[in-house]
Design a protein around this ligand. Structure first.
Ligand code: AMP
Ligand code: ZN
Length: 483
């Protein structure tokens, strides 16, 4: 089956048709590096990593580019607060970004272009827009003239007068039209600046993405992605600038992830309701964080709760333990690859057919706009089927080969999902710790029944010092690691 993707530009699912045969270009708007990123920001990093990996799994030669916005108002503000240069701030949070995506199991992009390293390219593109009559200068700032671009706002599907009356755009007498947006900002005293034909200044945010995507992927490329809040104005403006400059197509497929909410509100820096990715990674395993995100479709909203994270943690431990059990029992047996194998028992035949069906169904689900929640369900179905087969006893080479087949299907799925932990040590260790904590909790319960509260509290306090938080729930005590 062909891959179908929901394209924000057309508001429908379309068959993916590559722009060119030799390369699939994929651009994701990356972080502004002025602080640690939060788990709302982590969502695009994780879900587009999975989509990219799936395209690779399906045989596409994906070139994946993510920009790093290393100059902007927030970075300047932060640098001033700390009395250091913007480079110091940017470099610190770029380093942190790389550490954090690794903790999320996100594969590095092929290119991470930085805005400050592409200022000349940006100036060249702005010059081109000038030459073609799409840009004008006003008091050292350069603006894009939206009225010259007839298809403006096609992505967000808004009407120009609707946008105007939306009036979220501040009135600015330097602009010809309130919707015009900045391409080049004149520098204020004390701000970092670059020389340009319009005087010293720095690039606007939107132009950075047009320049760096086209530089590394060509003027016309396949996928452009980011959070839903980027549709307007960021992506709208990117389209206008790029198409105005080249006269041709820009990105063909526009992918947007839904928001991560917490207590019914969008998680955002400005609302102060955020948890950083590194805080989360201290408490939860990589696979659990990925499973939490992949259990929801990338375009749907997702609600962050501790309960959901705990459930995801429990699931990935079960998944890893089952996987290891199958892999050990399979030993070095080879998976069964022939299309119509013959088996010696009814149980073997039906298990093989179940594996086949689950594999086919899971791939069809991924082909249908990357339905990772349904694929997750198939993975757990596969584990359940395999456990059932396993529990009837593994007797011969045929049985072992069937387990090897189950393991290899799981490997296939996990090449893009990344939710199965392979390190036996990690799982075994986690299980041992849990076992030991449970023994202590049982002892504590016993002391409480015997009304020996001093000793019961002592156990709790000592566990607390070791980083274990104990909570009493109606179902009995539960524990978790401290933040
Ligand atoms: P920002 O730091 O706000 O520029 O966001 C960086 C990226 O994270 C963008 O692609 C945003 O759309 C995305 N993003 C920010 N907040 C959330 C959220 N709560 N849920 C999902 N994506 C988000
Ligand atoms: Zn961007």
């Amino acid at each position: 089956m062909a891959i179908h993707v929901f394209n924000t530009l057309t508001r429908k699912k379309e068959v993916y048709e590559p722009v060119r045969a030799d390369m699939t270009g994929f651009y994701v708007c990356g972080p502004t590096v002025y602080d640690y990123f939060h788990i709302g920001n982590a969502r695009p990093f994780i879900v587009f990593d999975v989509i990219r990996r799936y395209l690779i799994y399906r045989g596409y030669n994906v070139r994946y580019v993510m920009n790093l916005t290393d100059i902007d108002d927030k970075i300047i503000r932060r640098a001033n607060e700390e009395g250091v240069s913007t480079d110091v701030i940017a470099q610190r949070y770029i380093n942190a970004f790389f550490e954090d995506i690794q903790k999320l199991g996100v594969r590095p992009a092929d290119v991470y272009p930085r805005a400050t390293q592409h200022v000349q390219d940006i100036i060249d593109l702005i010059q081109k827009l000038f030459d073609r009559g799409f840009a004008y200068e006003s008091g050292g700032d350069v603006f894009f003239d939206v009225s010259k671009f007839p298809n403006y706002a096609r992505l967000s599907g808004k009407k120009i007068d609707e946008l105007m009356s939306g009036a979220r755009i501040a009135v600015d007498e330097r602009k010809r039209n309130p919707l015009d947006f900045v391409l080049w900002k004149a520098s204020k005293p004390g701000e970092p600046k670059w020389e340009s034909p319009w005087g010293p200044g720095r690039p606007g945010w939107h132009i950075e993405c047009s320049v760096m995507s086209m530089k590394y992927l060509g003027d016309t490329f396949d996928f452009h992605a980011g959070g839903m809040d980027l549709i307007f104005p960021h992506h709208e403006n990117e389209i206008a600038q790029s198409q105005a400059a080249t006269g041709g197509d820009f990105a063909h497929y526009w992918l947007h992830n839904g928001f991560l909410d917490i207590h019914g509100e969008k998680m955002a820096k400005s609302l102060g309701n955020f948890i950083t990715a590194r805080q989360l990674a201290e408490r939860y395993r990589t696979a659990a964080i990925r499973l939490f995100f992949l259990q929801k479709h990338y375009r749907s909203p997702i609600d962050f709760t501790e309960e959901a994270m705990d459930a995801a943690s429990a699931s990935v431990v079960r998944l890893a333990t089952s996987y290891q059990r199958f892999a050990e029992a399979a030993g070095d047996a080879a998976p069964i690859l022939e299309p119509e194998p013959r088996f010696s028992s009814e149980a073997a035949t039906s298990f093989w057919h179940a594996l086949e069906a689950l594999r086919r169904e899971a791939l069809e689900l991924m082909d249908d706009d990357f339905n990772t929640p349904a694929v997750t369900g198939k993975i757990f179905d596969l584990v359940r089927e395999t456990n059932r087969f396993f529990e009837r006893g593994i007797q011969n080479e045929e049985d072992r080969r069937l387990l090897a087949t189950a393991r290899s299907v799981l490997d296939e799925f996990d090449s893009f999902m990344g939710i199965i932990e392979r390190t036996a040590a990690a799982t075994v260790e986690a299980e041992k710790i849990d076992r030991i904590v449970q023994i202590l909790l049982q002892l504590r319960q016993r002391f409480r029944q015997e009304k020996n509260y001093a000793l019961a509290d002592e156990i709790r306090a000592q566990l607390g010092e070791a980083g274990v938080v104990v909570e009493d729930t109606p179902k009995g005590p539960v524990w978790r690691w401290k933040n």
